[in-house]
Write a protein that binds this ligand. Structure first.
Ligand SMILES: Cc1ncc(C[n+]2csc(CCOP(=O)(O)OP(=O)(O)O)c2C)c(N)n1
Length: 307
């Protein structure tokens, strides 16, 4: 939820803690600290790695918007902005032995290979530039790009708390409108996109040039991974020809593509980077292309729903 609030290129940035689900090194470090200071951190289902986070309450301080909790004591009517301003000058600099951050690495796959998880997420990471705005939709795709290493001044937006699908497409439009000088990249699953796809036309209407990726993996993949019967018809979708939507919506001159191999994805990304137009890329992947966190959630259904 708070990805990119801290500069991920800072030498002391170590990565994202998500309980026992991701990155064991970071889990051991965070849970082994003398004191964990949470700044606005909300310990919700997805932020806690399906409730697998184990941060000792008595060894933690939580600075919230209008209150502060220190161990078991709650101090109401304390404003975060005042606490941070008072606290920051009191801190002494420290060199801490901590894990080294690492992103997703290089994309792995041959040009003619079907798009795989080892190729897709590292390729998306590779295209990120300083200052980019990345808007990621609830679903398997945000769970994959959530673990990218963000360049300097690049910001990541995802609606992790409520996870209401359909949010990302119009959110990307809002972000692009607010900062037209920055590059806006939208990554959404096709199921979520079906709820608000008409907002693509707004980019054109306001002269904005986003780069949009629609991950078409044949339905609600995260739901398939989290429900009892993956093949239940709720998870199936009407089969749209996504890459034709920009044309139908009057997005003249946009780069549109439907890609099924690693080479085609790579070519579309390269073109989008130099095209100077809006770009809309339908990325076709099969149901086995599951980002690691989505897979871990599938493997942890018992803790996700039991808490
Ligand atoms: C408004 C709303 N309806 C339903 C859901 C339940 N839900 C969460 S993720 C999801 C499917 C997302 O599918 P898609 O966008 O295709 O991404 P994928 O997981 O397949 O990559 C659904 C239906 C929700 N979170 N919000």
């Amino acid at each position: 939820m708070d990805k990119s609030v801290l500069d991920e290129t800072h030498p002391q940035y170590i990565g994202m803690y998500d309980g026992r689900l991701m990155n064991e090194e970071i889990r051991a470090f965070v849970e082994g600290c003398d004191c964990v200071l949470g700044i606005g951190a909300m310990l919700t289902d997805f932020n806690t790695g399906a409730f697998t986070a184990r941060i000792d309450r008595l060894k933690s301080i939580s600075i919230r918007h209008n209150s502060v909790r220190v161990g078991a004591a709650l101090y109401p009517n304390v404003e975060m902005k005042d606490v941070l301003a008072a606290l920051a000058p009191k801190l002494t600099r420290k060199q801490v032995q901590a894990p080294k951050r690492h992103g997703l690495g290089e994309p792995v796959g041959q040009s003619n290979d079907k798009i795989s998880v080892q190729y897709l997420y590292p390729r998306w990471q590779q295209m990120l530039k300083p200052g980019d705005i990345l808007v990621a939709e609830t679903g398997t795709s945000s769970m994959g790009v959530g673990f990218t290493q963000m360049p300097k001044d690049a910001t990541f937006h995802n609606q992790t708390l409520w996870g209401a699908i359909g949010w990302a497409t119009p959110a990307a439009f809002g972000a692009a409108l607010a900062a037209p000088e920055r590059r806006t990249i939208l990554i959404t699953g096709e199921g979520s996109h079906q709820l608000t796809a008409q907002e693509v036309s707004q980019f054109q209407r306001y002269g904005l040039k986003p780069i949009i990726f629609v991950l078409n993996n044949d339905g609600y993949l995260i739901e398939r991974l989290l429900c009892k019967d993956p093949n239940i018809y709720y998870n199936d979708l009407a089969k749209w020809r996504y890459h034709k939507l920009p044309d139908a919506m009057g997005c003249e001159g946009w780069l549109t593509a439907r890609v099924v191999t690693c080479g085609e994805l790579d070519a579309a990304v390269r073109q989008a980077e130099v095209g100077g137009t809006g770009a809309y890329v339908e990325v076709v992947a099969d149901r086995s292309v599951v980002s690691p966190l989505a897979q871990k959630l599938h493997d942890s259904i018992s803790t996700l729903y039991a808490a």
